[in-house]
Design a protein around this ligand. Sequence first.
Ligand code: GUN
Length: 295
Amino acid sequence: MAKILSGRDLADKMKQEYKKEIEQMKQQHNVVPGLAVVLIGDNPASLSYVKLKEKACAEVGIVSHDHKFNTDYKEEELLKLINDLNNNNNIHGILVQLPLPDHINEEKVLYAIDPGKDVDGFHPVNVGKMMIGGSCFLPCTPHGIQQLLVRNDIEIQGKHVVIIGRSNIVGKPLAMILIQKKPGANATVTLCHTRTKNIQEITRTADILVAAVGRPHTVTKDMVKQGAVVIDVGVNRVEDKTRKRGYRLVGDVDFEEVSEKASAITPVPGGVGPMTISMLLHNTIQAAKKHAGIE
Ligand code: GUN
């Protein structure tokens, strides 16, 4: 049976570290990190993520400033809000939860965020810096995956990492992070997507296989090499009448069968999700430190 890579346990441990760091910032520099959380509409998954992010902020001592609006909130109003947040000295990080409603241009919104407050790492300035290996905010999910591997002593250097899914939030930045000539990287990366031919032949050569597809049971036993490390980024709601809320969460990986073949695997929930939040806290603390000229 595979080792379970608990993102929840690691994220809890990291939260204790953040808490101490923030207490010190408060005592020595009178700085309290502030995060603006912007949510438009009532997407149930987004509501749930935002709630978890705000709860985590409160646990470590980051002040989160809530900005929730109905689906009909105008792009113009959102751009004005972002401008105000860019100029607010108590706000060190700005998070606009994605996806946005169709009438709002996502690119325009992400470009409007001050790159120094872009704790999601989605602004092209940060994306560009990430690509050339510069100092920047790294996107939270791929950074969380890297940390989960590193802190579980899973060697990445020289390994073949196969990623399924080419999103701007996970697949593409993860590939970029893991090919860097840096510790915790130096991997050979293959990025697969919907048009990839013979995907199974490729995934079977992966030492580390990452599924970021958004569809349950996409990765089955026959797609995985014996002893591979399997990272499941998927968070899918499937109907389950035995649960009070009427659904349960499953990943993109068929956990039951793949965990018999993998050497290590992330669970859903409790795997990558908590690591994403942990990296958001990390980026917000870094943003506040930079703003205050600490270190
Ligand atoms: N939607 C899905 N993942 C993310 C994320 O990491 N950040 C934001 N802002 N929106 C998301």
